[in-house]
Design a protein around this ligand. Structure first.
Ligand code: PHE
Length: 355
């Protein structure tokens, strides 16, 4: 049975340590998961949303922190995986939100730099600014000029480059003109991805839990709105999950029409076997932590003071990174999930050996 209690979840986890704090004023739970504390810092964004129960928030934090370890390894950056989740019991806004974020910043500070944060789902640029003024362990922020740096467009650009690599691998050309791409989730990464796809001449199908957002995107870029529950059955060439996790599962995979999956969401597979399900259906899957690594690349490079042009060039390495994974997977008749995992594990083992 899948673990369901907080101790069971932590016992079943491959990571090392979790800091837990109950926030009485807002009745929410805060978790900071450090997956690989042997690294100089465990880095990953903070996600804030309403969860049905704190256990669901912890489960998200643990899986996302593990995913971050692989994401850093995939781009060869020497961070360990970390992730924070603020599991709300109800939406919080205004002064109450600020109070909560202030306490989150203090919690991050208490780890003395073992955890480095950044934005994730439910955290606005304003929130980043607010948190970064209270802890120096916030990445995606220019601490000299005191302005947030949004990783979203870089994540989107990496996914766009990765999508083209996948298209070239399956069809021989990376021309997106008139290809139908279904983008699910029109937030910080889905929206800039839509813009890139539109510029490349792709035909957009968009869906979002906020129907108004989807309509607005179509009004500007053309294409069609798809209802959220119709997304998995919609005819398309490429499916780009760009919001919540676990959208690829036993129920949805048999329904998909796409031949390629390339999106920015974290933890896209509900369970590891879903990689096999996709392979059997002949769908080329871009492993999530690889194809969505553009934001992580931007974080690491902006930390080092690199320019926008340098960051963009570095994000473009997504093409050869994914192509190498597709080729290895094809040679082994396996899901790209396995090829990606082997490559990442090799890098992690090397780092551990050098430490
Ligand atoms: N949350 C985003 C991601 O999962 C961006 C980010 C990357 C934030 C790395 C912090 C660290 O890729």
């Amino acid at each position: 049975m899948a673990p369901t209690t907080i101790p069971d979840l932590i016992m079943a986890w491959s990571g090392r340590s979790v800091l837990v704090q109950y926030d009485k004023p807002t009745a929410s739970w805060m978790f900071i998961a450090l997956h690989d504390p042997t690294a100089k810092q465990c880095v990953g964004g903070v996600r804030m949303k309403v969860y049905p129960c704190p256990e669901d928030g912890l489960r998200d934090a643990l899986r996302l922190a593990e995913g971050m370890t692989y994401k850093w390894a995939a781009i060869d950056v020497e961070f360990g995986g970390g992730k924070a989740v603020i599991a709300l019991s109800r939406p919080v806004a205004g002064a109450e939100r600020q109070g909560l974020l202030e306490r989150f910043a203090a919690m991050a500070n208490s780890l003395n730099g073992r955890y480095g944060s950044g934005p994730d789902l439910g955290i606005t640029q304003e929130d980043v600014d607010f948190i970064a003024k209270r802890t120096r362990y916030m990445h995606c922020y220019d601490h000299t000029r005191r302005v947030p740096i949004d990783p979203g467009p870089y994540t989107a650009y990496g996914a766009f480059v990765g999508m083209k690599a996948a298209l070239r691998h399956t069809t021989g050309t990376d021309n997106l003109r008139d290809r139908v791409v279904l983008v699910q989730g029109l937030g910080d990464t889905g929206l800039p991805l839509c813009n890139l796809l539109h510029e490349a001449g792709a035909a957009l199908r968009v869906t979002d839990i906020d129907g108004g957002r989807a309509k607005a995107v179509v009004a500007e870029l053309g294409g069609e709105v798809v209802a959220p529950d119709a997304a998995y059955d919609a005819p398309c060439d490429i499916y780009a999950p760009c919001a919540i996790g676990a959208t690829l599962n036993e129920d949805t995979i048999p329904r998909l029409k796409a031949k390629i999956i390339a999106g920015t969401a974290n933890n896209q597979l509900a369970v590891p076997e879903d990689g096999e399900r996709l392979l059997q259906r002949g769908i080329l899957y871009c492993p999530d932590y690889v194809v969505n690594g553009g934001g992580a690349v931007s974080l690491a490079m902006f930390d080092e003071g690199k320019s926008v042009a340098e960051v963009r060039t570095s994000v473009e390495a997504m093409d050869r990174r994914l192509t190498a994974i597709f080729q290895e997977a094809a040679a082994n008749h396996e899901s790209p999930v396995h090829a990606a995992r082997r490559k990442a594990e090799l890098r992690i083992a090397k780092r551990h050996a050098a430490a």
